[in-house]
Design a protein around this ligand. Structure first.
Ligand code: GDP
Ligand code: ZN
Length: 389
């Protein structure tokens, strides 16, 4: 829970152009219906300076994080489950869904901070159902400080926040159709560590194990590795590894145990079986399962936006759009080596403190690769990511 702030400092917030006309002083309901943000809430600790047509700014009391100070006890607490333009779907503590807009003054602050409301945000909202024939409609007044942020780089090289406040990243990989891509798992692990989420690797489609044991990874000597070796490699690194089949129904109890009571982001290439696994765990979700063309093994993109799905057995799942290429956001080389858990004990023995473990003399990481302590596959994976960051 975020601390309640009684004190704050004053900031001047500009009105949008349509706020430049001083509002009418009465007829609140009609004004509310014209524009929800026009409703003046006397409980909001802001003072509006009405100096006629010239007043284009107002003073708002904000806390350390530049968000308006409000009395949280007056409002409902909720969790944002999906965002559709300016309207957010919010689940209250009783699990009821509300359609919420955002108080304009808060939206202005969030736009300035470049941190729009995202799936997983904990918010406080005011109940506006009285103005909407009892329908569950609200206005978001406050966003809680985020515990974790999971981001990736989008096609325009900007940060794209996929989810906030999640505590686990479930990395779903299929052992075949599409082929297992260990480098992609490594990228997701880096994103998880960077975002402060616990990575859990789920190897799905285990029913296809005997059929296609090979891997897709150009640096990989296919003869030396198998699906089993890859799973064993992640297990030895200490990561929780699950083996599932959504079709055969195996490993689902273990998966359910890992998800219970957590907010877990489901990630992984399109077609690996994320929707199938969720449907198998909770049939009521009725997620669309796509058909994968066997020749291309590509699968179509189905989930268009991230959403938070409440689990009957406790917890939430963030269903993200299938991201084939997972581009890392704002990871520097120093952070990258720290995300390779098996490098950590060695880096302090490198001759140069700024060693990037590429080709430097006296590199303890390279020595560990040569002695077999670090897997060459993971080392190549690191080099591939290093080239990008
Ligand atoms: P998503 O894109 O990750 O959500 O993947 P889907 O759940 O849509 O599944 C893609 C395809 O893989 C569908 O044709 C599923 O029937 C199939 N599939 C999912 N899980 C399994 C599994 O455990 N075994 C096999 N053989 N096929 C699966
Ligand atoms: Zn080194």
């Amino acid at each position: 829970m975020t601390r309640r702030r009684r004190t704050g400092r004053k900031v001047r917030v500009g009105f949008r152009p349509n706020r430049q006309q001083p509002g009418r002083t009465a007829d609140w309901t009609r004004r509310y219906h014209q524009n929800q943000d026009e409703l003046v809430d006397t409980r909001l600790s802001e003072s509006v300076r009405a100096k006629g047509e010239l007043s284009r700014k107002r003073t708002v009391i904000v806390g350390d994080d530049d968000v308006p100070v409000v009395d949280e006890s007056l409002w409902e607490a909720g969790t944002v489950t999906s965002v559709h333009g300016l309207v957010c779907r919010v689940d209250d503590s009783g699990g009821r869904a509300w359609d919420c807009t955002t108080r304009r003054v808060l939206r202005t602050v969030l736009i300035e901070q470049r941190s729009p409301i995202t799936v997983g945000d904990r918010v406080w909202f005011s109940d506006q159902s009285a103005y909407h024939d009892g329908e569950r409609v609200g206005v978001i007044e406050r966003v809680a400080e985020r515990k974790t942020i999971l981001s990736r780089r989008d096609r325009r090289s900007r940060e794209h926040t996929m989810a906030v406040n999640a505590d686990q990243l479930l990395i779903v990989a299929s052992i075949a159709q599409p082929k297992l891509k260990p480098h992609l798992i490594d990228r997701y692990i880096v994103a998880a560590v960077k975002g402060d989420l616990r990575p859990v690797v789920c190897f799905n489609k285990m029913d296809l194990h005997a059929a296609t044991p090979d891997l897709e990874d150009e640096e990989l000597d296919a003869s030396a590795s198998s699906v089993e070796q890859v799973i064993e490699e992640y297990r030895r690194l200490g990561y929780c590894c699950l083996r599932t089949s959504a079709i055969a129904g195996t490993g689902l109890d273990e998966l359910r145990d890992e998800l219970t009571g957590h907010m877990t982001v489901f990630s992984g290439q399109s077609g690996v079986g994320k929707s199938s696994l969720l449907n198998a765990l909770q049939p009521g979700l009725n997620l669309t399962v796509q058909t994968v063309s066997v020749e291309s093994e590509k699968g179509r993109h189905v989930t268009a936006y991230a959403r938070l799905l409440p689990l009957d057995f406790g917890g939430y799942v963030v269903d993200t759009p299938g991201i084939r290429q997972f581009d890392l956001w704002a990871v520097d080389p120093g952070e990258l080596e720290a995300c390779f858990i098996e490098f950590v004990p060695h880096v302090q023995h490198c001759r140069f403190s700024d060693c990037t473990h590429r080709e430097e003399d006296g590199c303890a990481v390279i020595a560990a690769v040569e002695s077999g302590e670090i897997s060459p596959r993971r080392y190549y994976s690191y080099l591939k990511m290093l080239r990008e960051v």
